[in-house]
Design a protein around this ligand. Structure first.
Ligand code: NDP
Length: 317
């Protein structure tokens, strides 16, 4: 990291999901003059969803991108300085903390709110890379449009997989839901929706071991009851392959300084967004392996901003 400081701020927020924007709203209203860097995916994961039905205050629902734009406008209204840019390195060895943006600019900040969220996981089979952008996707709502009247598969058995399968079923001719266990982990309401959608076929106890196709995905190699005596190889013909097997927290650049769990979620002091480094707070999915909801992320962003304000006032800054 370069030693030359380009800018000094009181409150730096990294990330632009519900946690980051809510922190920006609260920090602005508390006169902390926050600077927020939006990161790789401005607006965060909700910009890749369609309808959000469970964010309080929207009785008719709202689209993910609209919700994020509303949050951003609310933060701008109170003076938050929202910028494009990605945090690429950190030095949290002593306050004020140094954050490098886009590998060049160094910002020195009294308080840091980490709201970098989480990123979709892949299975780890080589074919996922081979067919990247050629039939493999981790976002049904981004790419589903390309599969109208086609056949697709979704991998995973959680709420995300069910949601994506239901969404794709509205576009595609046929959807396979590939589930490695003999049951779905998703909530009952999502399971019911899947089972009541005629063009979704759930393939329980199936694992994907490869994809095939000439100029793009034309099918998947599956194994039914892998490792069991009655193990069976099954090939399905598909045009698109969607991953929905969970997420990895975006915490890598903070790991030298902050404690994380075995998956990479930043550990915070229970019931608070405080990390083990004073003045550094973590909010939203990067620190939440349990709830991972927009509203809980927003709530923790609020807490982080309140903590930052209290920390600065205790330090007399
Ligand atoms: P989850 O961690 O809940 O589920 C991941 C799914 O992927 C599991 O079924 C898991 O299988 C499967 N999986 C993981 N790794 C592999 C692998 N290598 N091969 C095959 N399958 C694999 O993640 P989600 O993203 O679904 O949900 C995250 C959180 O967000 C949850 O708390 C969920 O409730 C919430 N959510 C809520 C929504 C809503 O309320 N509308 C919508 C979307 C998400 P296994 O079960 O065998 O471990």
């Amino acid at each position: 990291m370069s030693d030359s400081i380009n800018e000094k701020v009181r409150c730096l927020i990294i990330g632009s999901g519900p946690a980051g924007y809510t922190a920006a709203i609260y920090a602005s209203r508390a006169n902390l003059s926050p600077v927020l860097y939006e990161g790789i995916q401005p607006g965060g994961q909700l910009t890749t969803t369609t309808e959000v039905e469970n964010f309080p205050g929207y009785p008719e629902g709202i689209t993910g991108p609209e919700l994020m734009e509303d949050l951003k406008q609310q933060a701008l209204r109170f003076g938050a300085d929202i910028r494009f840019g990605i945090a690429t390195a950190t030095d949290l060895s002593a306050a004020p903390y140094k954050i490098t943006i886009d590998g060049e600019k160094v910002i020195e900040t009294e308080t840091l709110i980490i709201a970098t969220g989480a990123t979709a996981k892949y299975l780890g089979i080589p074919d996922e890379h081979k067919y990247a952008g050629m039939g493999v996707s981790a976002c049904a709502t981004c790419d589903g449009f390309f599969y109208r009247k086609k056949v697709v598969a979704v991998v995973g058995g959680g709420d995300t997989a069910c949601e994506e399968a239901i969404y794709l079923a509205g576009l595609a001719k046929q959807v396979y839901l590939i589930v490695r266990k003999p049951y779905l982990r998703a909530s009952k309401v999502m399971q019911d929706r899947v089972f009541n959608t005629p063009n979704i076929m759930v393939l329980f106890e199936h694992n994907t071991i490869g994809l095939f196709g000439e100029n793009g995905v034309e099918g998947a190699h599956l194994v039914k009851r892998m490792g069991e005596p009655d193990e069976e190889k099954v090939d399905i013909a598909i045009d698109g392959f969607f991953l929905a097997i969970g997420h990895k927290p975006n915490s890598d650049i903070f790991k030298p300084w902050l404690e994380t769990d075995e998956i990479g979620y930043i550990k915070t002091i229970p019931d608070t967004p405080r990390t083990t480094v004073p003045g550094v707070f973590a909010a939203g999915d990067v620190a939440d392996p349990h709830y991972r909801q927009a509203i809980t992320a927003a709530g923790s962003g609020c807490k982080a901003a309140i903590e930052a304000e209290r920390y600065l006032s205790e330090m007399g800054k």
